[in-house]
Design a protein around this ligand. Sequence first.
Ligand SMILES: NC(=O)c1ccc[n+]([C@@H]2O[C@H](COP(=O)([O-])OP(=O)(O)OC[C@H]3O[C@@H](n4cnc5c(N)ncnc54)[C@H](O)[C@@H]3O)[C@@H](O)[C@H]2O)c1
Length: 442
Amino acid sequence: MKLTIFGSGYVGLVTGACMAEMGNHVVCYDIDDDKIARLNKGEIPIYEPGLEAYIERNEEAGRLEFTTDAKKAVDHGLFQFISVGTPPDEDGSADLQHVLAVARSIGEHMDDYRIVVDKSTVPVGTADKVKAEILGALKKRGKSLEFDVVSNPEFLKEGDAIGDFMKPDRIIVGTDNPRTTELLKSLYEPFNRNHDRVISMDIRSAELTKYAANAMLATKISFMNELANLAERFGADIEHVRHGIGSDPRIGYQFIYPGAGYGGSCFPKDVQALAKSAAVSGYDAALLNAVEDVNLRQKRRVFEKIQAHYEGKLEGKTIALWGLSFKPRTDDMRAAPSRVIMESLWEAGAKVRAYDPEAMDEAARIYPDQDGLELCDTAHDALEGSDALVVITEWQEFRSPDFAELKKRLKDAVVFDGRNLYEPETVENIGIQYYAIGRGRT
Ligand SMILES: NC(=O)c1ccc[n+]([C@@H]2O[C@H](COP(=O)([O-])OP(=O)(O)OC[C@H]3O[C@@H](n4cnc5c(N)ncnc54)[C@H](O)[C@@H]3O)[C@@H](O)[C@H]2O)c1
């Protein structure tokens, strides 16, 4: 089948590469000339495990192309996927300008029936706006052409995006037309060989399903962080509590890790956008607002622990930071807890020596002129001349450090662990002072 993907970011590139892998002919479009030029030179602009091989293979086979030519993009695909960003607006609502710009572009160039598939995460009712935008553009051209708009939210997670796309838990298809449901089902057929994963529903329910999923996961995290803060006050260990409740199948072990708060390009903005949509509809989403508040507070917890340890005297201190990305296996630093910690440290007069296996370029891009930031080549380098260590992303290479070596290199032999990676006893027995999240009175 022929597909066009608008937006060649984390979702667009993975969708394009996986759809091409299944034998479809895919054209990926982006307004970012530089990004498309790099892709056409064989450079992958993001880090996502496995993506490079998929793109290379399918480009070589002639099934995957990249363009900045909107007319070519719209002419190509029966399916026109929208996977552009929906960042938070100033008031927290989802900014739909990119989604609507794509819709306009489709209306400006289409000459035949098109199925417009919205993969971006968008508030309920956006499909109607997309329809209106396309109709408006067609009207300006004096054209009357048939098209359908479908909601097909994406559930992949960065770091495991290819696996998630190739073997999805579910494929949500929201349509108002049974014929389109059938066409989408046949497009996704190759991903369904084991069992049918397509769940079809009306468009509004599909749009809400995506927010519901992210809000539920964010709620689990904020809940555990709240409990971790209580554990500290009560002198309990949240890791025992986690095991204790995770063993209940109604609760389960997934997404109940306490830590430095959730970040990334989805949870923070989606929880906010859903709460904002609720407010606009006249409903006060008390739980969603609390989930967001708890998370904002949690992102400052590690800094507060550093500040308390040094009794507020951080001027002139140097802190080693392991992990910049918002989670392992990605270079994405959008809304990452590392940013809150670093910015708080700089404000307090401290310097940061940071290391991350994949997000170094991204950190250099975000903080080009930050004197307080030294990007180091290895995790060990980051310790050199540092007073203390902060671990903020649970990359595998940070899980089992040589604590004796670590103690030797740090001036103060103190570790702040924002992910509860280590056993307090192991670290403390070596003579390192250890602060974790929710583990007794730390
Ligand atoms: N990143 C994830 O893990 C993830 C997972 C599920 C859903 N989503 C949702 O998918 C959407 C895309 O997210 P992302 O992380 O891929 O974003 P991204 O920022 O990585 O990529 C978006 C791309 O869209 C391009 N773009 C902007 N305006 C455009 C236009 N008018 N025409 C063509 N391209 C345009 C940008 O240049 C950029 O390359 C968002 O709504 C997000 O919430 C993201």
